[in-house]
Ligand binder design. Structure first.
Ligand SMILES: [Zn+2]
Length: 322
């Protein structure tokens, strides 16, 4: 009975004026015609040890929305040598807004710099409750996922290895999302698998990554203000894949997420709040062994660590998993 009700609610949700945060028209912000997008997108990584200015858009976000965002974004950056410097509204290279009609979207990595008009946000977070203190699972997913993009991470379901796990039924996906995106956008954001050449480096497909998509279903019911009431949230539905496999809501960084952040932006010492995340531990998590591990672990220069990791990643991509 419960599952029938859940299915009914999901069906109802998908047929109403639902707004899927992930599939809303992000092109509002993004003129880039390449893939939106865990791997890291080539050419979008920040310099090692860079200080990146973050701000909110003026008049956007309540105190609680801003605080939840700050805490979780700093948590993700804890695994990198990058520093977030919060500056006055509209002044950051990264500018965050909380528009509930624009979806949760972000420029990837250093592409934030290309949005020069300070009136335009580089990142929008939708559906962050304005008056609650602690982020719920869906909010944590949204904030960490978009912050992952800011660091340069792409969508996990678009990494080259994903088809070994599940494959989208293109027509079903197109039908599911046709009211939210164009055919081309659906392909580019969901079903397209990126070529290794588009990636700086890439881990194996990680179904626990916060960089996977989550499909939010919202129902515009009982709306005292413009904030929608969410009755259910679900990940990529299994019905959209040939294998009947979907994804689930991930509201925290996976170990692989932490490991790839650690190796791309290697800190000399782990952050005090994440003392276990040494280079050696990150290499263990990813299963890096042999000669490249011997180079990665003792390397002092973060640029060398990224370079060796990239080389290892390339070798992995060229070696089919047995
Ligand atoms: Zn995304």
């Amino acid at each position: 009975m419960q599952s029938t009700l859940t299915e009914f609610v999901q069906l109802l949700g998908s047929r109403l004026v639902s707004v899927c945060a992930k599939y809303a028209p992000w092109v509002v912000y993004d003129k880039y015609e390449g893939p939106l997008c865990g791997g890291f997108q080539r050419g979008t990584l920040w310099e090692q040890n860079e200080e990146i200015t973050f701000s909110f858009k003026s008049h956007s976000g309540t105190k609680n929305q801003r605080e939840k965002t700050q805490v979780l974004m700093e948590e993700l950056f804890m695994y990198t040598n990058l520093t977030i410097v919060w500056v006055d509204d509209d002044r950051g290279v990264v500018r965050i807004s909380f528009n509930d009609y624009l979806g949760s979207v972000s420029e990837v990595g250093t592409r934030c710099r290309k949005v020069r008009d300070i009136q335009v946000a580089t990142t929008n977070l939708q559906d962050i409750a304005p008056y609650t203190q602690d982020p719920n699972d869906a909010e944590a997913h949204t904030i960490l996922h978009e912050c992952g993009h800011i660091s340069g991470l792409i969508h996990e379901h678009q990494v080259p290895e994903r088809p070994q796990y599940f494959n989208f039924i293109e027509e079903e996906v197109q039908e599911e999302y046709r009211l939210k995106m164009t055919t081309q956008e659906i392909h580019r954001n969901i079903t397209m698998v990126l070529h290794p050449q588009d990636l700086e480096n890439c881990s194996r497909y990680d179904c626990l990554s916060v960089m996977g998509y989550v499909h939010l279903v919202s129902l515009a019911l009982a709306v005292p203000s413009h904030h929608l009431v969410y009755l259910t949230r679900y990940p990529i539905p299994p019905s959209l894949t040939f294998e009947g496999k979907g994804t689930r809501l991930i509201s925290r960084l996976s170990d692989v997420d932490k490991a790839v952040l650690t190796l791309n932006y290697a800190r000399r010492k782990p952050h005090p709040k994440a003392p276990d995340w040494t280079i050696s531990h990150a290499a263990d998590v990813l299963g890096i062994t042999g000669e490249l591990r011997e180079k990665i672990v003792p390397a002092e220069d973060a640029r060398d660590i990224r370079r060796y990791y990239t080389k290892w990643s390339k070798e992995q991509m060229e070696t089919p998993r047995s």
